[in-house]
Design a protein around this ligand. Structure first.
Ligand SMILES: C[S@@+](CC[C@H](N)C(=O)[O-])C[C@H]1O[C@@H](n2cnc3c(N)ncnc32)[C@H](O)[C@@H]1O
Length: 392
């Protein structure tokens, strides 16, 4: 092992040991990890990317890496380096640390487990979650949940050539989606927030799955929508583009700081058809309830949530989801649409909520079959959407 790679392996093990007590308890781990890496003055941006990648790999495969550590540090390093995605930040370290007689990293969890043998016996998802989403435990969804997330952007301009020209000039590779013309996947690892395109509001970071949710309800140009759980506005901005200058989005959330960020993003994008409201009133053509949820659909991007989430969390999220639908459904005008969405894989937060809502509100009927986007369907985060129409 070369001495540089040996140092990097030691640093990774020290960081992992430091974070290990928090991995099953701290839902804010990504922010903590980022602060921890930022604090380390000797790290350049490449080092930070490397350790972030290694730590996320270890968290994603936590029971395997813990079993490897119980054997030896070297076993844990070999397994982590092998399981890490082959990206510029990890390439050198993988070459230096993965034993030369190990195979290329296979795409399936089953093949990875077969190679790693006794350290890879445990499930990479919490066993109790099986009843919530059996499909997540099977290939190809299990495989998709255990790879690195792609980076999807949403083009927020009628002149996307400006964005393409900047990305090409930077030597970045990208592709647009066959499903949504405005969705662009950036294939080069890079910080898009430093681009002119981002600064001028021509792009936003938004997973393709999230972008597909709104298309389920096909919001019509010129209509008025309420985004009842708008957060910092990921979907609000997309909705505002879909509704066009003659339409309008009223954004609401219980977090004023998120709404302030939403306003900044809306003005960066030059969107004038968005307003925020602490207490929305009246009737709308459409109401989006993008509900707070346990986020199991984002487990590939935020793997610590696999270990922090409990069945009790799912039950309390479901209670809030039922309350929010009951509270915001009266804002749908007769003939209008209610779109319920989560980024959860759990049927308790998805189908069960939609079924209970319909049973309690018979004047709302399913406008289209509920849509589940599993991680392997389009290689995205997972989402659920159910669209109801209020009877006239
Ligand atoms: C899934 S996030 C929304 C994400 C956002 N729509 C987007 O696309 O970026 C759920 C949001 O619901 C908000 N929320 C939680 N309880 C709420 C309540 N009682 N009323 C309104 N919003 C609430 C949270 O603050 C959070 O921003």
């Amino acid at each position: 092992m070369d001495s540089h790679a040996a140092n990097q392996a030691r640093t990774f093990l020290a960081l992992f040991a430091e974070l290990r007590p928090l991995l099953r308890t701290d839902r804010n781990l990504p922010a903590r990890l980022q602060q921890r890496l930022a604090r380390e003055r000797r790290f350049g941006s490449r080092d930070r990317r490397l350790y972030r990648e290694l730590l996320y790999t270890a968290i994603r495969h936590l029971p395997w890496i813990e079993a490897a550590l119980a054997i030896s540090d070297v076993t844990a390093i070999h397994a982590t380096a092998w399981l890490a995605a082959d990206v510029p930040a990890t390439r050198q370290l993988k070459t230096a640390l993965v034993p030369t007689d190990w195979p290329e990293l296979p795409p399936t969890v089953a093949a990875k487990a077969a190679h790693l043998g006794e350290i890879a016996r445990a499930s990479l998802l919490p066993d109790w979650f099986h009843a919530h989403c059996p499909a997540a435990f099977e290939s190809p969804n299990l495989d998709a949940l255990h790879t690195r997330s792609p980076l999807w952007l949403r083009l927020q301009t009628d002149k996307p050539e400006k964005v393409f020209t900047e990305f090409n000039a930077r030597g970045w590779t990208w592709r647009t989606s066959d499903l949504i013309p405005d969705a662009l996947e950036l294939l080069t690892e890079s910080d898009v927030t430093q681009t002119d395109a981002y600064t001028h509001g021509l792009i936003e970071i938004q997973d393709l799955g999230s972008q597909l949710i709104l298309t389920s309800a096909a919001p019509q140009p010129g209509t008025r929508w309420l985004d009842a759980c708008a957060g910092a506005g990921g979907k609000t901005l997309q909705l505002a583009r879909l509704l066009g200058p003659t339409g309008h989005v009223t954004a609401h959330d219980i977090r004023p700081a998120a709404l302030a960020e939403l306003q900044t993003r809306a003005s960066r994008a030059g969107l004038r058809n968005v307003s925020v409201s602490p207490a929305p009133a009246g009737l709308f053509d459409g109401v989006l309830v993008d509900a707070p949820c346990t986020g199991s659909g984002t487990w590939r991007r935020s793997p610590h949530l696999k270990w922090c989430t409990t069945e009790a969390d799912i039950a309390s999220a479901a209670k809030l989801q039922r309350e929010l639908l009951t509270r915001f459904a009266p804002h749908v005008r007769p003939g209008g649409h209610l779109l319920y969405a989560t980024c959860s894989l759990s049927r308790v937060e998805n189908e069960d909520i939609a079924t209970a809502f319909h049973a309690a509100h018979p004047h709302f009927t399913a406008a289209s079959p509920a849509r589940t986007i599993l991680p392997a369907t389009h290689n995205t985060d997972a989402f659920f959407a159910a669209t109801f129409r209020r009877e006239l």
